[in-house]
Design a protein around this ligand. Structure first.
Ligand code: DAT
Ligand code: MG
Length: 167
C-alpha cells in the first residue's frame, strides 16, 4: 500500500552541505517526491512537531535545534516521499535515532553526532508511523503544496488572509 513519509533535512544537514547526498541516498528507495520546500521554522511549528517529547529534558534544546538556532541556519528542507512502505524504507536509510548506535553506513550513522549536552544531532527527520506521518504532513504542508491527493481536503474561501505577493 502506498503511504507518505515526511522527511526533514535538519539545519545541521543543510550546514554540512549534505542535501544532495541525502537526496541521492533516499533515491535508492525509488519512492516519489510529491512535495518539497524550504521552511523557516517558527517556535509554534517546532513545539507542535515534537509535542510527543515535550516532557523530555532535552526538549528546549531540540526546539532550538530544529529552528536552526544551534547552527546559524534558520531553515530546514521539508519533503514528502510517497510510495510502497515509504516510512520503513526511509527510516531504514536514515538509521537509528542515536547516531552512535545507528548503522555506520546509514545517513545518521555517517553524518550524525551527539552534542556535549547529550542531544542527538542526527541530520534528518523521518516520520515514525502512518498516523504520525499524517499529523506531521498536515502540520508542515497545505493541500495545494502536494502534487497528489494524500488526505481528504476541501476548498475554502479564505478572507482577509495576510500574505506576500509579487509587485
Ligand atoms: P526519531 O527522530 O528517530 O523519530 P524521536 O521522535 O524519538 O526519534 O526523537 C526526535 C528527535 O529528538 C531525535 O531525532 C533526536 C532527539 N532525541 C530523541 N531521543 C533523544 C535522547 N534520548 N537524547 C537526545 N536526543 C534525543
Ligand atoms: Mg520521531
Amino acid at each position: 500500500m502506498s503511504q507518505a513519509a515526511l522527511i526533514l533535512i535538519k539545519p545541521d544537514g543543510l550546514k554540512k552541505s549534505l542535501t544532495g547526498n541525502i537526496l541521492t541516498r533516499l533515491s535508492e528507495t525509488k519512492l516519489e517526491i510529491v512535495a518539497a520546500k524550504m521552511v523557516r521554522v517558527s517556535d509554534e511549528l517546532a513545539i507542535e512537531h515534537y509535542c510527543h517529547l515535550k516532557d523530555k529534558v532535552f526538549f528546549p534544546e531540540l526546539v532550538k535545534y530544529i529552528k536552526g538556532e544551534l547552527h546559524d541556519r534558520r531553515k530546514v528542507m521539508a519533503l514528502i516521499y510517497w510510495g510502497t512502505d515509504a516510512i520503513q524504507k526511509c527510516r531504514d536509510l536514515a538509521g537509528a535515532t542515536n547516531p552512535e548506535t545507528a548503522e555506520s553506513t546509514s545517513i545518521r550513522g555517517s553524518y550524525g553526532r551527539i552534542l556535549t549536552s547529550g542531544l542527538y544531532e542526527n541530520v534528518i527527520h523521518v516520520s515514525s508511523n502512518e498516523s504520525e506521518a499524517q499529523r506531521e504532513i498536515k502540520l508542515w504542508f497545505c493541500p495545494e503544496e502536494i502534487i497528489v491527493d494524500l488526505y481528504a481536503n476541501h476548498e475554502i474561501i479564505a478572507k482577509e488572509v495576510k500574505k506576500m505577493a509579487w509587485l
